[in-house]
Ligand binder design. Structure first.
Ligand code: ATP
Ligand code: MG
Ligand code: MG
Length: 554
């Protein structure tokens, strides 16, 4: 097997191990904020963290970073767990930053007692003004030198609910002249009179991300805390907070940053995805056009294809944008091996074989997947009347038209060679029926000379008396711009594709009558489709998952 080169985080871990870090102390975490559904960007972080867990036989915690009650909900917690499991990963412990609220509060008091935190009672505007700029030192808050007793008393009153939001905050006392703006006395706690999805009304002060994250990693004894590049500047603060509580008999967590996934023709911030949902640009978080894990799943993506995609894009330190087609490539590659081939006609025109006996029916043998011998064969009913795609027929064919036309022959997949004879049209001149003749010795697989005859094209078809009418949802990209959220003057919503969904009626072969939600197929020559969750036995609904790269050849 091919040796894959190690990515930079694996290299760091190898180095740690060779310097004596015990392998059994490796621990990772995936820390989603439950303020939305997971998207394909999260999948990159998931595959990275859980991949390291598998590689080093180390536990990976699922930690909900739930410190902002204004945006977090149980619905999101449940969806995140479902998506993670569907992706094929199992966490060690399910943990919540909110479980640490008491400990974080106690540590905040410790910091106050050490003279390293203080209550500031200014307006946020005043504090912003004092912050300075990267090239200009900040100005100390007039409250920076409050006594420890006063700070303790005020902080307790903040906790007890004596204050309105925005009147007092707790700040770390670090350095108002630091060249790292995040070190200029960052906020640790703010008053929020909001009910939390887990702690209810127990708290009305909530810790900030920067204070919470490192301390949570420490509590969980996470060794390698991996996040995206926006957090590079936060690392100094992460380390500062750890310095205040670190005990050298414990594992000291370290933060490492990698490049987030950016995909073209989509947006990936949860705030923007939520906006698409709330403003009804899509039908929910799991709309098949969404880059969410649940949307991709509903669209027909397999977990294996998403894992493969994450493996292919790799882990690097430099930002870039990945082509959506790479994701589709990974999907097609997987479905090609696993999806049964069936026949469906999405823009039907009726064909009648004039020399085929009236009322006759045959059951033909059809191979389910030529890429997978174990998939076997099925019986496919054939009769005098069937549908083909309207675009597969032209009365007068130009050269190189390898489909049906008057006077020309094509093969019907798994069936006979037919020849175009005449057409029937309505008053507007639209073709309503195509009349053909068939070569009755040419049945596929019969072994006859005629069955081996080469004709220019092969068409898919569905026998009319046996056809099952279905709804088919076709998707186009949700945005018309490659980077919809990169425009200064315009909102990403200005680039919504108004035609990203079209719903049509089609016909499928009868073997699909019993298909259920999630079943995946290749509709021959058309693409990969799956059964949508809206489907019922009396009204089947299919999503187009992805087109075929190459038109199929027999
Ligand atoms: P968003 O901006 O979509 O809200 P977030 O980073 O705030 O993203 P979290 O729920 O905090 O979302 O993310 C959980 C983990 O997933 C974090 O470690 C984060 O770095 C990672 N992550 C989020 N988006 C991406 C992405 N596009 N590529 C790689 N990792 C990501
Ligand atoms: Mg986050
Ligand atoms: Mg976020």
């Amino acid at each position: 097997t091919e040796e894959k080169s190690l990515h930079f985080i694996e290299q760091i871990i190898e180095e740690n191990l060779s310097n004596g870090f015990p392998q059994n102390k490796l621990r990772f975490r995936f820390p989603p904020e439950p303020n939305g559904y997971l998207h394909i960007g999260h999948a990159k972080s998931i595959c990275l963290n859980f991949g390291l867990g598998l590689k080093y036989n180390a536990p990976v915690n699922l930690r909900f970073d739930d410190t902002n009650p204004a945006k977090e909900e149980q619905e999101y917690v449940d969806a995140i767990k479902e998506d993670l499991q569907w992706l094929g990963f199992q966490w060690d412990k399910e943990l919540y930053a909110s479980d640490y609220f008491q400990q974080l509060y106690d540590w905040a008091i410790l910091l106050i007692n050490k003279g390293k935190a203080y209550v500031d009672s200014q307006s946020s505007e005043a504090m912003a003004e004092q912050k300075g700029t990267p090239s200009q030192a900040g100005v100390d808050s007039p409250y920076r030198n409050r006594s420890i007793e006063e700070n303790l008393a005020l902080f307790e009153r903040m906790k007890n609910g004596d204050f309105e939001e925005g009147t007092h905050i707790l700040r770390a006392k670090i350095d108002m002249t630091s060249s790292n703006m995040l070190m200029r006395d960052p906020i640790m706690y703010r008053v929020l009179h909001k009910e939390h999805h887990r702690t209810g009304n127990d708290w009305c002060i909530y810790p900030m991300y920067d204070y919470t994250h490192g301390e949570s990693d420490y509590l969980e004894q996470v060794s390698h805390s991996i996040c995206t590049l926006e957090f590079v500047m936060h690392r100094e603060l992460y380390d500062w907070f750890l310095d205040q509580i670190y005990d050298e008999n414990q594992v000291r967590p370290h933060q490492y940053e990698f490049a987030r996934l950016n995909l073209n023709y989509t947006v990936m911030s949860k705030r923007k995805l939520l906006q698409l949902v709330q403003e009804n640009f899509v039908n929910g978080w799991d709309d098949p056009r969404m880059p969410t894990i649940s949307g991709l799943r509903r669209r027909g993506y397999t977990a294996a294809s998403i894992r493969k995609f994450c493996e292919n894009i790799g882990v690097a330190k430099r930002e870039n944008s990945i082509d959506y087609s790479l994701l589709e490539f990974c999907l097609r590659d997987d479905l090609n091996k696993t999806a049964p081939r069936v026949m469906a006609v999405l823009d039907p025109v009726k064909v009648v074989i004039t020399n085929y006996p009236e009322g006759k029916e045959e059951l033909l043998d059809a191979e389910n997947n030529q890429e997978d011998e174990s998939a076997g064969f099925r019986k496919l009913p054939f009769s005098k009347e069937f549908y083909i795609e309207r675009e597969d027929f032209l009365e007068v064919a130009p050269s190189k038209f390898f489909r049906l036309s008057i006077g020309n022959e094509v093969r019907l997949k798994n069936a006979y060679i037919i020849k175009g004879e005449s057409v029937v049209k309505d008053a507007e001149g639209t073709i309503t029926e195509i009349h053909v003749t068939y070569d009755e010795d040419s049945r596929s697989g019969s072994g006859s000379e005629a069955s081996k005859r080469k004709v220019a094209g092969t068409l898919h078809w569905v026998s009319i008396p046996h056809a099952v009418a279905v709804e088919v949802r076709l998707y186009d990209r949700l945005f018309t711009d490659e980077a919809p959220d990169s425009h200064k003057e315009k909102s990403f919503l200005d680039f919504i594709n108004p035609n990203s969904l079209s719903i049509i009626k089609g016909f499928v072969e009868p073997s699909l009558a019993t298909a259920v939600s999630g079943d995946k197929f290749q509709f021959q020559r058309l693409g990969y489709f799956n059964v949508d969750k809206d489907s019922t036995p009396s009204k089947l609904v299919f999503n187009k998952t992805v087109g075929l790269k190459d038109a199929w050849e027999e």
